[in-house]
Design a protein around this ligand. Structure first.
Ligand code: C2O
Ligand code: CU
Ligand code: CU
Length: 583
């Protein structure tokens, strides 16, 4: 049996305390019977079941007891709310046979993970009611706390609010830093719901909620209302996930204790950083180490969200103070974990290497629906908004022109945050690998990004799920490095295939061409290269292109010196140029 399988079986059997570190995750699923409950109020923290890799994930409506002795209808995975936790080692292949037993379309997105295009859960690839789909991809991400959640077209917010989300924990066995493990490694999925709706997860956003987001006034942790968790006088690792639709939390403890931030969205930081508070916006994850050794048995401390100012109207207001979970100190057990001096170094991108100009995204708010826009656009499922190329380092400048928070998220890569309002001295929860970054009202944030794994169509959007469903989202298509790039925004008057530059060339050259609205009517554009005998050596492009000027790279490094012909065909128009490869 592989070590990974052993872990899973042990987790299922509840034989948790004998497991090797650092893989004793979710041990709390079976609570240690020697713990005594000292404070009583509230509900013990729940832990989702652990997903067996290769198994089935069935999405459907279920009645579960979220509040004691009352049923809540949720959208559950395998009957579990939150969904079962995936725990998988880096390098393994994740497989789930996903069955949609809802009466509406569904997709599941693996937030933060790099996957092939068709595995990403894009709303363009829905699983129809009653249908199934096998999601499978090799897990190439760093060890860290990721999650999965609904991503159906304009139904993401509702499906997540009703429960469709779960952890996806990637374990990298080579990252062995003697962190607290097993029952001392605790995932906390934080979601807000409404006291007035108890025990229901009603989701009926009005104009106000579509505008600011669907906010609650009570916090569930791993689906537990008024949660408490019993701890020993020792060091713990908490993996915080903001799984809320729209709520931003200002995380701190009731006694203002300090803790160490050890990980961001994309895994461990380079160094633990001491802090007493940080902001956690929807979609973000932060891992912290918290030491209870200076507490005495019988004491408790509450993880809270501190009040902060925000425009908006009561009762569902952003920035209200909330209790998240209470930690009751009940014993002297030791996790044996430490706060390491350092983790593995992160090589930070050099912005000087980013292609110019940076991409600019302006977040705005219109008075009419759809209200939330990026660069004036609202999401169109079939429109490609921009086309980064594999391996290019890009700088994205995101400008928030609104009075609201926007946790911006990219699929398929981890960013590095570069600056906030021009300031490169970043808070510790920004520094490291990030797939979601919060923009405060009026703020400009720059991130650096490099797509390195897959070609294809992915999303960039606001993770306030009401904003996302309202259209604050863009498609981008990752192109091959030898791919097509649009130059400028002007629409040319006439069709043209320009002479390549340089020519002669070695080993690569650039070919520019113009597509006007006339040729665009035929949609298909084909660019092929032939050798002197007329044999095709490569297909540079074949597909639809909007009217515009383009540039494509032709790489002759695998070809021998000689004359080649590049032919562009679209509709009734065609042209050919002569390329001279001289090695
Ligand atoms: Cu977690 Cu496209 O989102
Ligand atoms: Cu995502
Ligand atoms: Cu937003």
């Amino acid at each position: 049996m592989k070590r990974r399988d052993m872990i899973i079986r042990a987790l299922q059997a509840g034989a948790l305390l004998t497991l090797p570190r650092p893989l004793q995750l979710f041990a709390n699923e079976k609570r240690n019977p020697i713990l005594t409950e000292v404070t009583g109020n509230g509900n013990p923290l729940r832990f989702p079941t652990v997903f067996t890799n290769g198994g089935t994930m069935t999405l459907g409506l279920s009645n579960v007891q979220v509040w004691p002795s009352q049923n809540t209808q949720v959208i559950a995975v395998n009957g579990s709310y939150p969904g079962p936790s995936v725990v998988i080692e880096k390098g393994q292949t994740f497989i789930a046979n996903f069955i949609n037993n809802l009466t509406e379309n569904a997709t599941t997105h693996w937030h933060g993970l790099s996957t092939p295009e068709l595995m990403d859960g894009h709303p363009k690839d829905p699983i129809l009611p009653g249908n199934s789909f096998t999601y499978t991809f090799p897990v190439t991400n760093r060890g860290g706390t990721y999650f999965y959640h609904a991503h159906a077209d304009m139904a993401t917010a509702k499906q997540v609010y009703k429960g469709f989300a779960g952890f996806f924990i990637v374990v990298d066995p080579s990252e062995n830093f003697n962190l607290p493990a097993g029952q001392y490694d605790v995932p906390l999925c934080i979601q807000d719901h409404r006291i007035s709706d108890i025990p229901n997860f009603n989701y009926n956003p009005g104009t106000y909620e579509n505008n600011w987001g669907y906010l609650g006034d009570t916090v569930l942790v791993n689906g537990t209302p008024d949660a408490y968790f019993e701890v020993g006088r020792t060091l713990y690792r908490f993996r915080l996930l903001n799984g809320s639709n729209a709520r931003v939390y200002k995380i701190a403890f009731s006694d203002n204790r300090s803790f160490h931030i050890i990980a961001t969205d994309g895994g461990l930081k380079d160094n633990p950083v001491q802090a007493t508070q940080f902001m956690l916006s929807p979609g973000e994850r932060v891992e912290i180490l918290v030491d209870f050794s200076s507490n005495t048995i019988g004491q408790n401390v509450t993880l809270q969200s501190l009040a902060f100012s925000h425009s908006g109207t009561l009762p569902y207001k952003q920035g209200i103070a909330l209790d998240i979970i209470r930690f009751d100190v009940v014993n002297n057990n030791s996790s044996g974990g430490i706060v390491p001096a350092a983790f593995n170094p992160i090589s930070y991108y050099d912005p000087a290497n980013a292609i110019v100009p940076p991409r600019t995204f302006i977040l705005s708010m219109q008075s009419q629906h759809p209200m939330h826009r990026i660069n004036g656009f609202t999401f169109e499922i079939n429109r490609i908004d921009f086309e980064p190329r594999l391996h290019d380092l890009e700088k994205w400048r995101i400008i928030n022109q609104t009075a609201d928070f926007h946790p911006m998220h990219t699929h398929e890569a981890q960013w590095q945050v570069y600056s906030r309002n021009g300031n490169t001295n970043l808070p510790p929860n920004d520094k490291g690998w990030k797939d979601t970054v919060m923009l405060n009202p009026g703020e400009t944030v720059e991130v650096l990004v490099k797509f390195t794994e897959h070609k294809g169509i992915y999303l960039f959007h606001c993770h306030n799920l009401e904003h996302e469903d309202d259209g604050m989202m863009m498609n981008f298509k990752i192109l091959d490095p030898i791919g097509i790039q649009q130059i400028g925004t002007a629409v040319p008057e006439t069709f043209a295939l320009h002479q390549n530059y340089p020519n002669p060339f070695n080993p690569s050259t650039k070919i520019k061409f113009d597509i006007s609205t006339v040729e665009r009517s035929s949609k298909n554009v084909s660019i092929k290269v032939f050798d002197v005998s007329g044999k095709q050596v490569t297909d540079l492009y074949n597909g639809d292109l909007n009217p515009g000027s383009y540039e494509v790279d032709f790489d002759g490094s695998k070809l021998s010196s000689g004359i080649y012909f590049c032919r562009l065909v679209t509709g009734n128009f065609s042209d050919t140029i002569k390329l001279v490869l001289s090695k």
